[in-house]
Design a protein around this ligand. Structure first.
Ligand SMILES: [Fe+2]
Ligand SMILES: [Fe+2]
Length: 185
């Protein structure tokens, strides 16, 4: 992994998250159009959101990249990360928890209100992540790539490699592959 590949990898992971979101948006539109909720799509989203988007991707940001940005890039970085990115990561976790609650409730009741909550929470997670990813791609990552020293970027690269060696994203990528196929993405 070269220095620029740190960011290529992160942007590629963003694109995977965006593909999952496209599928969920179609699933939500179908549900609004009167079809029954495709319950498994939303359980798969929770799984993918927690394991891939959060543990795997946000994990590298929070434990490695953002840590180095906070340590080396001054108040602007501290502000954009602590008051922006980390708050949004947390809000994403909240939406996934609320989605899980409403989905479990819908399984029991089949009620229209619970169906609405599933659509609202999955839609909120999707909108949040889309805005978050856009900000990282255009502002946060470009700032890091421009301002961090070569030495720091090399350290990040090493830690990313170690992180990737321990990671297991096979199940998440299979969920992504299957949902993309289901919705022709
Ligand atoms: Fe992030
Ligand atoms: Fe990200």
């Amino acid at each position: 992994m070269s220095n620029s590949n740190i960011f290529d990898l992160m942007v590629a992971e963003h694109n995977n998250v965006l593909d999952f979101i496209k599928a969920i948006e179609i699933s939500n539109c179908n549900a609004i159009n009167g079809k029954a909720l495709e319950i498994q799509d939303y359980f798969d989203l929770i799984n993918f959101g927690r394991l891939y988007a959060d543990k795997h991707h946000h994990g590298k940001e929070e434990l490695i990249l953002f840590r180095e940005m906070i340590n080396h890039l001054g108040l602007v970085a501290v502000k954009i990360i602590k008051q922006g990115m980390l708050v949004e990561h947390d809000l994403g976790r909240l939406y996934l928890n609320q989605l899980e609650e409403s989905l479990n409730s819908y399984k029991k009741t089949g009620s229209l209100q619970d169906k609405l909550k599933v659509i609202v929470n999955s839609g909120a997670w999707s909108d949040l992540l889309k805005r978050h990813i856009e900000k990282e791609n255009t502002v946060v990552y470009t700032f890091a790539q421009r301002e961090l020293s070569k030495e720091t970027l090399s350290l990040i690269e090493k830690e990313f490699n170690a992180f990737e060696d321990k990671a297991d994203v096979k199940e998440s990528l299979l969920l992504l592959k299957n949902i993309k196929k289901k919705y022709n993405i």
